[in-house]
Write a protein that binds this ligand. Sequence first.
Ligand code: KG4
Ligand code: ZN
Length: 341
Amino acid sequence: MKILGIETSCDETAAAIVEDGAKILSNVVVSQIDIFKEYGGVIPEVAARSHLEAMMPVVNKALSDASCTWEDIDAVAVTHAPGLLGSLLIGTLTARTLAVLHNKPLYAVHHLKSHVYANWLENNTLPVFPLLALVISGGHTQILYMPGHNKFEIIGTTHDDAIGECFDKVAKVLGLPYPGGPSIAKAALNGDETKYKFPHPKVPNLDFSFSGLKTAVLRTIQKELGLPISHPSYDLKNHLSNKQICDFAASFQKTAVEILTEKIEMAVDKYPETKSIVVAGGVSANEKLRDALPKAYFPASSLSGDNGAMVAAAAYYEIQSGVKPTDPYSLNIYPRVSIEN
Ligand code: KG4
Ligand code: ZN
C-alpha cells in the first residue's frame, strides 16, 4: 500500500510516498528556515504564504522521485492538528482537493502521532508494545504510553514551554541562529558542559517545566557579566565572548538532556511492563540525548524534524487499526487539539 503523506503544520512544506508504513519511496522537505533566520523565529502569515507557493511543486516532486503516478497511490494522508492555523490550512486544503480529484481515501493525522511513527520508517528492528514515547518538539514535550498501535495515553506533559522552544529561546539570548536546537548543539561541541550549573525544575510526577531553566540561564549570564537583572536579554549576546557562548550552550544542553532522561527513567519505573522507549520530534535529533539513551529507539536524524513520510507511516497504522477515511469535503483543522482526542 502506497500512501502520499503531506505535512505543513509549521515551517516545513513536505510530501512523501511511503510503502506499507515503512519503505520511503520519496521524501521531499522544503524548509523555510532561511526566511525565518532573519527574524529569529516563525511568522505564521509568512509561513502560510510560503507553504502555498511550495506545496504543489513539493507534491509533484514526491510523485516523480518515487516514479509514481496517481494510479499508484492508494491513499492521501495529511496533518490536520495541531500546528499553525494558516499552515495547517494549506496542507489540508491541498490534500482534500487531491483526494477528491483523484478519488483517493483521505486520512487526517495528528502531528505528534506522526512524529512517533517516524520510528517505524526504514527500521530493521521495530519498537515493541507496550512502549513509552518521549515526544520532544518545538511545540510539545510529552511522555505517551502506547499499549498498542494507534493508542495513546498522555502520562506526562509540560506545564509551560516545550523543550524545543527552550532551546530556541536560549539560543536567541546567546545570539545563535534560529532554529536554536542545532545551533546550540553545534556551539556546545566547543564548550565546557560543567562550567555553569542550572537547577532541575521541581515538577511532580512525569510532568515537565522549562520556563525556569530558560530564566536560570538568563540570570546566570547576567551574573557572569556583572549586569543587573533589568538588563535586556536581547543585548546580552553583545557582551558574551565566544568561549562563554559555547560554555553556556554546552551547560544548558547537558541540563536539558538530564531532565529528559530523568523523567523517562521515572516513567519506566512507573510502567515496568514497558518493552521499548521511543523518542520522537525535532529535538530527538540531538546527539547528546541519543548518547544518553542508548537503548531507546530514535528515528534517523533526517526524519526527526517535520516530514511527510512520518505522516504516511502514521496513516498506514491507522488503517491497520481499522480507522476509516475522513470526508474530504468537510475535514477540519484543529490547531491545538491533544493526541488523546
Ligand atoms: O518537530 P519539529 O521539527 O517541529 C515541531 O513540531 O515543533 O521540532 C522543531 C524543534 C525546534 O525547537 C528545534 O530547535 C529543535 O526541534 N531541534 C533540536 C535539534 N534539532 C532540532 N533541538 C535540540 N537538538 C537538536 N539537534
Ligand atoms: Zn513537529
